[in-house]
Design a protein around this ligand. Structure first.
Ligand code: 6R9
Length: 650
């Protein structure tokens, strides 16, 4: 009972005003429960304009391969741009762009339409046609969004590779999806200076296997005068600026591939998550409307993600633009040139709906309450969180200091694979519980089960599964149907296994507890232990490596690596240098976000008798816990050695 009182005390019911204004009404849940397919058909016709109407909502006959809105045809770019102009909203600002150096550009929907048409014409000229893959390796600038929409318009699936990834990571993705064209920029601004991108593309293409890439389209963002390869590289301003603004948007099948986005899995090889057109657009637009509660023409929305991640795809590009929303797109980091940069932009642009990640909120908390207090954030009316569990403390801080003690917070659980938000409170409807993602959205069915697929009791920890297909679900892993079935659909029959642990509280609210597999979550970014281990082992002095994600106050989890050196080892002096070198090596192989926070050189790793590294024990050490039962270890003294060594270093 005592616990219930606590929950009670921390619940925030919606204000009358929020409820009245909100897009979502309480009866949405009943509508979805009463007629699952009918509900989704309604959303599909409400949020999307179809060139040809669909004749079947869901075809699940070849499960787990789904088809949604079967027979329907649409053009995603038309939905995100042209129709708003046709409806008389061409003068509405689509993008308030803020560059890191302070340059600003407002782009209306009419201008965006022209730019997307020009880019589509230019890409066609460069040889891109329906079905060809296009890699996008860009900073956060309007051309990135324009390029993605131009691909969507042509029916050429894009594969955006986060600009912070290394040339090796870019190469493996280009090779896997056989991109024909790469869209990139010379550089993007990071903390005041242009950070080069084009050289990484050159390096990636030098080593690319199949040589699928024919052209590289380069935006001049940083005036860094990159090398341009004759016959292959073309400037955006040469071919796009002069292209025609007339381009007819052809309709594509509802299941036509829209994009491939690579994400970390439990093995070293990233998975190309495949999303298609109709279902994805329906659910991103629907969720952006009911969970973020955007009111096109009234709100100024801002999602701080990078388009290199799924959050940027779904909640910067497709969902908000399909809804005709006005949004802020910011190129840089929150603390450049000062720690109040985000709040200054929010104030100046009159941001009303703000969506970010817990790691950023925790960083802002650390920087101090006085920083957001300097800015007028009174227009903010909805706050969102995504990427990892938000601890109640950060939740309360976010509400108090950014949401002036009023703005509802939506903690939204979803994944690259789910394509759009799955679990989240609804502003105006849900009584908010800090730290909990609360309820599946209307139309979404989830359960928390034990190893036998039986629903767990309230309060018990289990595995989060999705029990019914959903429109924006991944359609597979590009080129690997077997891995798709194996990864998501083999653990339980007919249930989508999300890879997260979760529990229901007494009131039926869902608390997502984090990954149950070898996937780490560092600052909301997914990293695979196996991928970092293989990067470490690719260094010529490393014989073996084990990586764990250790709990970290700031970043949620931090990468901690244990390595065994090859013959010869390292002297004490040499160790320090080597540790830095190994961190840098991982940075080069994967990208700076994957750099281990600490690297420990050890002579043995704890292994079971069958030879499996016991990561659980390493995690205990990394998190300063007592190591539990070590009886299954081949050599239990290994753990004492590792612990002593670690303490000596601290
Ligand atoms: C959108 C995105 C997915 C993983 C997911 C889970 C974690 C995301 C969360 C959350 C608790 C939330 N996650 N949102 N955990 N509460 N609101 O982040 O996609 O990069 O694929 O990561 O992130 O562990 O499985 P992605």
């Amino acid at each position: 009972m005592a616990e219930e009182t606590t929950t009670e005390a921390h619940t925030y019911p919606p204000s009358e005003q929020t409820t009245q204004y909100a897009n979502a009404k309480a009866d949405l849940y009943e509508q979805a429960d009463a007629d699952f397919e009918g509900f989704w058909a309604d959303q599909a016709r409400k949020y999307v304009t179809w060139g040809t109407d669909f004749d079947q909502v869901l075809d699940w006959s070849d499960a787990p391969f789904a088809k949604w809105f079967v027979g329907g045809e649409l053009n995603v770019a038309y939905n995100c741009v042209d129709r708003h102009v046709e409806e008389g909203n061409g003068d509405r600002v689509a993008i308030h762009f803020v560059g890191e150096p302070g340059d600003e550009r407002d782009i209306t929907y009419a201008q965006l339409k022209d730019e997307v048409c020009k880019a589509a014409n230019a890409l066609s000229e460069l040889g891109v046609s329906k079905g060809d893959a296009v890699a996008v390796y860009m900073p956060m600038i309007p051309e990135t969004i324009i390029g993605m929409l131009a691909c969507a318009r042509l029916g050429a699936p894009h594969s955006v590779v986060f600009g912070g990834f290394s040339s090796d990571a870019l190469r493996s993705r280009i090779d896997d999806c056989k991109a024909k064209v790469v869209i990139t920029a010379d550089a993007g601004y990071r903390r005041g200076t242009p950070s080069p991108l084009k050289p990484a593309v050159d390096k990636a293409l030098e080593k690319a296997d199949g040589g699928s890439v024919e052209k590289v389209l380069v935006v001049n963002r940083g005036d860094t005068d990159p090398e341009m390869k004759e016959g292959r590289d073309v400037w955006w301003h040469d071919v796009v600026d002069s292209a025609s603004t007339e381009h007819t948007a052809e309709n594509h099948d509802s299941e036509h591939p829209l994009f491939i986005l690579y994400t970390s899995g439990t093995t070293g090889k990233p998975k190309g998550i495949l999303h298609t057109s109709g279902g994805y657009l329906v659910q991103t637009a629907y969720t952006n409307s009911v969970a973020h509660d955007v009111h096109p023409g009234e709100d100024v929305y801002w999602c701080t993600a990078d388009v290199g991640w799924i959050t940027g795809h779904s909640y910067i590009v497709y969902g908000p633009l399909a809804n005709g929303v006005t949004q802020v797109v910011y190129e840089g980091t929150p603390d450049s040139p000062h720690k109040g940069r985000w709040w200054e932009i929010a104030q100046n642009k009159g941001v009303t709906v703000f969506y970010t990640a817990p790691t950023a909120i925790r960083a802002c908390m650390k920087w101090g309450d006085d920083i957001p207090a300097k800015f007028d954030l009174s227009k903010i009316r909805i706050l969102g969180s995504v990427g990892e569990p938000i601890n109640p403390q950060a939740w309360e801080w976010y509400r108090e200091h950014i949401g002036h003690d009023e703005a509802p917070i939506v903690d939204t659980w979803w994944q690259t694979e789910t394509g759009a938000i799955m679990i989240s409170p609804l502003p105006g409807v849900t009584d908010l519980v800090p730290g909990s993602a609360q309820k599946p959205l209307p139309g979404i069915a989830v359960e928390i089960v034990d190893d036998e697929a039986k629903p767990v009791e309230r309060g018990q920890t289990g595995l989060l599964v999705v029990t019914k297909p959903w429109p924006s679900m991944l359609r597979g892993i590009f080129g690997d149907n077997e891995r798709y079935k194996q990864t998501y659909w083999s653990r339980f029959e007919n249930l989508y296994f999300a890879g997260d642990g979760a529990k229901f509280d007494e009131d039926g609210n869902i608390w997502v507890l984090g990954r149950v597999d070898d996937v780490m979550n560092v600052s909301g970014h997914r990293l695979s232990t196996a991928e970092i281990e293989s990067a470490l082992v690719s260094h010529d002095r490393v014989a073996e490596a084990a990586v764990v994600g250790a709990t970290d106050d700031m970043t949620g989890q931090a990468v901690v690596a244990f390595v065994i050196l090859r013959e010869g080892g390292a002297s004490d002096e040499d160790q320090e240098k080597l540790v830095q070198e190994l961190r840098g090596h991982v940075g080069n192989e994967i990208g700076p976000i994957a750099k281990p926070k600490s690297v420990m050189i050890v002579s043995e790793l704890p292994k079971t008798r069958s030879g499996k590294i016991m990561r659980r024990l390493l995690k205990d050490v990394a998190e300063n816990r007592d190591v539990g039962d070590t009886s299954t270890l081949t050599d239990s003294s290994v753990m004492d050695f590792i612990k002593n060594n670690l303490q000596a270093k601290k």
